[in-house]
Design a protein around this ligand. Structure first.
Ligand SMILES: [Zn+2]
Ligand SMILES: [Zn+2]
Ligand SMILES: [Zn+2]
Length: 393
């Protein structure tokens, strides 16, 4: 993730900002330009503002009364000229009316932004707790999509690809306790249990599963890893290559998962896997490692944005010296990424321990895991075909 500046006053801005804290300008994110940009309102007397019939494709799990209410609340959206694109007309994504999105969409185009268009089911927002939880989920989702878009990953929605398109169901458990929503992926459909946005419940699950790390952002990156496996590995002609790195995924998935929950990971799992869950099945290994690749490049990008360099005086070997002097989202070699990452995690983990908080990155990356990360890097940055030789005519 990068940092942004207000074009009006120069103030530093963060990805989630909707307003500049210094000059008060309204700001929004332009995904196509990767810019958080200040917005000049279009005055309604200019005759530019037109009411658009945005029925909204997102199904909200709500009662008829609440749905009717939401329907009548739809008014003509405010239009804006972004400073980053002064001639163009934009408005906020339809989910901005729930304070759930700060991305901009071109006027006259789709109602939902490139991150929200994949939402298939959102919770019943007439329940204030659901609304609060869903907003947290959307914050994490936009951060995940930032990475997907930075890498230019291929994504299709369920309109373009009804069978395997990417879609999200954010679901609350049934109030009568009749069934718990399971977070997971199935042919492009990613289900996320709304209750994962509850910090206490997520911590309880993390502890029960013996996990060192469990976040909403981690869920998005992991589950999307299954979707991108379908797209980039299975449909991308890289299956054999992937099996050589992650193992044979044709083994029975259900049986493998059951065995994992009964027996746990082998004692030497850390030599080959980034997490114990990654040991369950090659698909889970891929999704876990995929998520780590995204954690690493995104965090390194922010380290670079802050100009962080690590150069500990106590380190006589120089092994813990690093500087992020490259764009991690564009790096096509894994070694420089790891050379920057390991010292950074040593430093930030140490800072966190000074505050009595858990490590930022509570993982050890073995050489085998570096090789897996390298494969994922080669998937998201496929080697460019050699330029065709000049034919000479
Ligand atoms: Zn400002
Ligand atoms: Zn949106
Ligand atoms: Zn998984």
């Amino acid at each position: 993730m990068r940092l942004f500046n207000c074009e009006v006053c120069g103030q530093l801005l963060y990805f989630e900002n909707t307003q500049c804290m210094r000059c008060g300008a309204t700001v929004g994110y332009l995904p196509g330009r990767n810019r958080l940009t200040a917005l000049d309102p279009v005055e309604p007397d200019g005759g530019v503002v037109q009411a658009t019939a945005e029925a909204g494709a997102q199904q909200q799990a709500m009662g008829d009364d609440a749905a009717a209410q939401a329907g009548t609340a739809a008014a003509a959206p405010q239009l804006w000229h972004p400073r980053a694109e002064p001639e163009a007309l934009y408005r906020f994504c339809d989910n901005a009316r729930h304070d759930a999105c700060n991305w901009l969409v071109p006027e006259g185009g789709e109602g939902f932004c490139p991150a929200c268009r994949y939402n298939r089911t959102i919770p019943d927002l007439s329940d204030p707790q659901h609304l609060a939880q869903w907003r947290k989920i959307e914050v994490a989702k936009r951060r995940a999509f930032y990475g997907f878009l930075r890498l230019g990953l291929p994504m299709s929605d369920r309109v373009d690809d009804p069978e395997n398109g990417l879609a999200f169901d954010f679901l609350a458990d049934a109030p009568d306790g009749s069934g718990k929503v399971m977070t997971g992926h199935d042919n492009g459909l990613i289900t996320l249990a709304l209750v994962e946005a509850d910090d206490a419940e997520r911590t309880r699950r993390r502890t029960a599963m013996g996990e060192p790390y469990r976040t909403l952002l981690g869920h998005f990156r992991h589950e999307a890893g299954h979707y991108f496996w379908d797209r980039l590995v299975r449909d991308g002609g890289r299956l054999e290559e992937c099996r050589a790195v992650f193992g044979d995924d044709s083994q029975d998935y259900g049986a493998a998962l059951q065995r994992h929950y009964e027996q746990g990971a082998a004692p030497d799992w850390q030599e080959h896997f980034v997490s114990t869950y990654a040991t369950a099945h090659p698909w889970e290994d891929f999704a876990e490692t995929w998520a780590h690749y995204l954690h690493i490049v995104d965090t390194l990008e922010m380290a670079r944005a802050f100009g962080l360099g690590i150069d500990p005086r106590a380190d006589r070997s120089g092994e813990l010296t690093s500087e992020v002097d490259f764009d991690p989202y564009r790096a096509t070699e894994i070694e420089p990424v790891m050379e920057a990452w390991v010292p950074l995690t040593a430093a930030v983990n140490s800072l966190n321990r000074c505050m009595g908080t858990p490590d930022l990155y509570p993982f050890v990356i073995s050489p085998a895991v570096v090789a897996k990360l390298g494969f994922i890097q080669s998937l998201v940055h496929p080697p460019k075909p050699a330029a065709a030789p000049d034919s000479g005519d």
